[in-house]
Design a protein around this ligand. Sequence first.
Ligand SMILES: Cc1cc2nc3c(=O)[nH]c(=O)nc-3n(C[C@H](O)[C@H](O)[C@H](O)COP(=O)(O)O)c2cc1C
Length: 330
Amino acid sequence: MADLSTKYLGLNLKNPIIVGSSPLTATLDSLKKCEDAGVGAVVLKSIFEEQIEGESDAAVDDSQEYLVHADAYGFMKNSSKERAIDEHLTLLENAKKSLQIPVIASINCRENGSWIEYINRFIACGADAIELNHYIVAADRDVDGSAIEKNYLSLVKAARKKVSIPLSLKMGSSFSSLSNLLLKFDQLSIDGVVLFNRFYSPDIDTKNLSFTSAHMLSSEDEYAQSLRWTALMSEELRYDICASTGIYTGETVVKQLLAGAKAVQLCSALMKHGLTRVSKITAEVSSWMDAHEFTQISDFNGQLAQERIADPSRWERTQYMRTIMGGKKD
Ligand SMILES: Cc1cc2nc3c(=O)[nH]c(=O)nc-3n(C[C@H](O)[C@H](O)[C@H](O)COP(=O)(O)O)c2cc1C
């Protein structure tokens, strides 16, 4: 019987399936269901600094108390913010008490935000690791690409100073030189990156000429971007890669492990098909390993990464040249 255990961020996981930060990891009840379904770890729904700030502003404004006690404005705002943070910390604390699997806390943060001040509270509540969830829509015409990369680097640097437990960054793929940036994270002693987050995207409702949200959930052919970058970088980095987006089947998990991922994160597949999908995936990985006579993941992990194959250019190819010219399909 194949052994599916793996090590990610220094944590021992019974298998490489992690439930990604999402509504599936937003309550204690759903977290317990994830554990019962057999996953290796969970990432809690992100705490959004912006939302907390916004909610505390709204709560204070709604109460209008400060019109009577104007000097109480700052105090009320702070205590409302504290309540929102406390709610999140309570979830983490309860999850740590109730679950046996590792619990990773996720923080959506801004470069100079106050998140850095409360990161220690997550650690005190027993988080097994911290996942930073950071994304900048590069829409500011005055900010060039290197400034955006610097923003990511200074965020990781500041977090690394504060975080003594394992630290990872969940990021998007839109960088002009992703491989260079990923190597720079290595110098900052990060423990892992999640490649890639899939973001909320606005769409247009042509019937009502209004805004709507684009497809919220991924589809199962969206894993290719993450697979390519995992394969390109996994052998060069000292930290772990966790693959994410479009992972629906055991076969895709096997592909990501062959490319060098240490673990994978799932969200859409479980939201669409339910948590029973977890045992289906682990059974598929297990029977593939049996068929190839692999007894543990390290037997084949990274076997098809760029550095380990005879023709490394295969992972860099971007054009369908031969197919267009009527040659061999490749
Ligand atoms: C409804 C919903 C809420 C999400 N919330 C978060 C979040 O709070 N933090 C985060 O890092 N990612 C969040 N994500 C992104 C997922 O964790 C995941 O990275 C993304 O959906 C791609 O993986 P998938 O193809 O398995 O869905 C959310 C995704 C969805 C669909």
